[in-house]
Design a protein around this ligand. Sequence first.
Ligand code: NAD
Ligand code: MG
Length: 359
Amino acid sequence: MKTLTVDLGDRSYPIHIGQGLLNQPELVRPHVRGTQVMIVTNTTVAPLYLDKARALFDGFEVADVVLPDGEQYKNLDTLKLIFDALIEKRFDRKCTLVALGGGVIGDITGFAAASYQRGVNFIQIPTTLLAQVDSSVGGKTGVNHPRGKNMIGAFHQPQAVIIDTDTLDTLEDRQLSAGLAEVIKYGLIRDAEFFDYLEDHLLHLLARDKDQLAYAIERSCWNKAEVVAADEREAGQRALLNLGHTFGHAIEAGMGYGNWLHGEAIAAGMMQAGYMSKLMGDLTDDDLRRMADAFTTARLPIYPPDDMSPERFLELMAGDKKVQAGTIRLVLLKAIGKAYVTGDYPQELLLRTLQEWRK
Ligand code: NAD
Ligand code: MG
């Protein structure tokens, strides 16, 4: 097992990564403050891992709530089901919530923990690759509003993150690939050496080699933890984590949420950002080819959907949360391993990117 720390002063917390961690109660028990534990999961994950998760908290007063599965349930109505369960069981301010599932469960449980009785403890047990390398670390929690993704939320850091790589055994291939998009992202934005490693090991990761997965997860979490420790509330460098996301969010919205997985959309989006960085005179043709090879090997798309016109992109990109005072701020690359945020670029190069980087 490997342990990293997210360094946030008195709110610092460990990330434990390894095989068989769902059989190690000593990892979670120190993080339970009172006697009451509420495990939040969904209908897909419950039959797979709920019994194991409950056993971790043997001796505590353990309850669970099983939510419907899907991004479309990441909303205020589903959040209420968690509060209903907590109140019905008379859970107090010292209770601990446990998020057992992918990013949807992590985000909604974290937000329940941020707001129940003005804030209670919570533990993340992420079970998708995306949640293990991204959403479970960093304290962004929340739910969607019909008019926008993650529109209602809070920053609330967990007490611990427990990543049992064995849970990836049951994950669908397409979800594994989607998680790899965020893994590759860390290489592109700030860790060129990791990108080199990934070029040689993506096939091992797709084959679910446990040691390589543990390493890639650890290195991804290390990168995310560093960024979060430096800029918890996204005043600066945390925005680099959005590489490909302004393009990608437009794809997700334009295609209807759920048709393109988030990881698929941001893979195409990172290629768009890469192509624009080439037009800016920073990336070389070879850099762009390396990026395209990595995403293709990871079984991810490199081009946006055919039927999304440049005009549609611009319209959707202008509605993104990251727009400040009318300019679409973008994360671009100076090189592989070196990203920057800018609102100051020739508009024409954005247009050319939308017109030229397509199948
Ligand atoms: P998800 O939570 O919908 O999980 C994907 C699917 O896999 C679901 O059907 C889920 O039930 C299933 N699943 C989960 N674990 C499984 C397992 N071990 N075996 C088999 N099936 C399993 O999607 P996701 O990609 O994990 O997360 C996406 C969400 O994360 C989005 O809502 C996004 O906004 C959020 N997110 C948040 C942050 C953050 O910083 N808070 C960062 C990135 C993404
Ligand atoms: Mg993302």
